[in-house]
Design a protein around this ligand. Structure first.
Ligand SMILES: [Zn+2]
Ligand SMILES: [Zn+2]
Length: 288
């Protein structure tokens, strides 16, 4: 099933015209298609019982079923669901790996456009909720040796997500863009995840200069532009020194992973300027 971005935008707009319903107790319209729904009680939603409650409550069963989750990872480095050239071009990135929640298809493009460019911040909890399953899967992936170890009573230890991360941070936007948009989508997603799991949120990176929208550029232009684009906030980086037991493990959040050049530029800056050895993992909402 493919729909044009315009069609999705129209559907989304109609959803928000009807969205006043959402504020009224007892009624619920799907945040994606705007159709009334029986929230989490609908039969279709029951099939998605592993998803976070805020997703099941705000999205109807049909839309939940249409979300293009990345179920099978084909590239262990960048988390892509299809074979990938980017990691062949960059065999030794500064980050450990990237994991993304969804494929960036037309539907997801429409959702992100509503949130990011049309400023519909009510979609933030939805996108944040969509990051939870992939965050939990990534944590399970990196903690496997630890969580498989039996605890003193002989049962496997329950995965405590916060134990495996020192801090959550995000890809910054320039002051000019922050002023235009009013918010940084990556910061909002990072802040939700940090709150949800009780992990410190650090504002580690600052954008050094303003660049044109990445989406209008060629791959070569993007790679050139992301060099020396970020600087480290020394006061926030100093907080990493408190983690002396092991290299601090940082989770860097962004909305979308395209060529990986932004992830690479941020990780490189962090590695070079953190003052101590660290590990950077990338978590993105969509993999294009
Ligand atoms: Zn729907
Ligand atoms: Zn890859």
């Amino acid at each position: 099933m493919s729909r044009s971005p315009e069609a999705w935008l129209r559907r989304l707009l109609s959803a928000f015209t009807a969205s006043a319903q959402l504020l009224a107790p007892g009624s619920a319209a799907c945040l994606l298609c705007g159709k009334p729904q029986q929230s989490a009680r609908s039969a279709a939603a029951q099939n998605h019982s592993k998803l976070p409650p805020q997703l099941r409550k705000s999205v109807c069963g049909a839309c939940l079923s249409a979300i293009p989750w990345i179920a099978r990872i084909r590239c262990a480095k960048c988390g892509r669901g299809i074979p990938c050239d980017d990691c062949i071009r960059r065999p030794h990135p500064s980050f450990v790996c990237n994991r993304s929640a969804v494929h960036y298809n037309e539907m997801m493009r429409g959702v992100l456009a509503q949130y990011k460019y049309r400023g519909n911040e009510r979609l933030a909890p939805l996108l944040g909720g969509m990051l939870q399953p992939v965050f939990e899967a990534l944590t399970a992936e990196i903690s496997a040796p630890l969580s498989n170890r039996p605890s003193r009573n002989g049962r496997p230890n329950k995965l405590i997500f916060a134990d495996h991360w020192s801090a959550v941070t995000y890809v910054p936007i320039s002051e000019q863009r922050a002023a235009d948009r009013g918010f940084n989508q990556a910061e909002q997603l990072a802040s939700q995840l940090a709150n949800q799991y009780g992990i410190p949120l650090l504002h580690l990176l600052v954008r050094d200069r303003h660049t044109e929208k990445q989406s209008f550029k060629t791959r070569a232009e993007r790679l050139r532009d992301t060099r020396q684009l970020f600087i480290v906030n020394p006061n926030e980086a100093a907080k990493l020194q408190e983690h002396l037991a092991r290299p601090p493990r940082i989770l860097l959040i962004d909305d979308i992973y395209t060529t990986g050049s932004t992830a690479e530029a941020c990780s490189q800056t962090l590695l070079l300027n953190a003052g101590i050895p660290i590990e950077v993992y990338i978590l993105t909402w969509a993999r294009s």
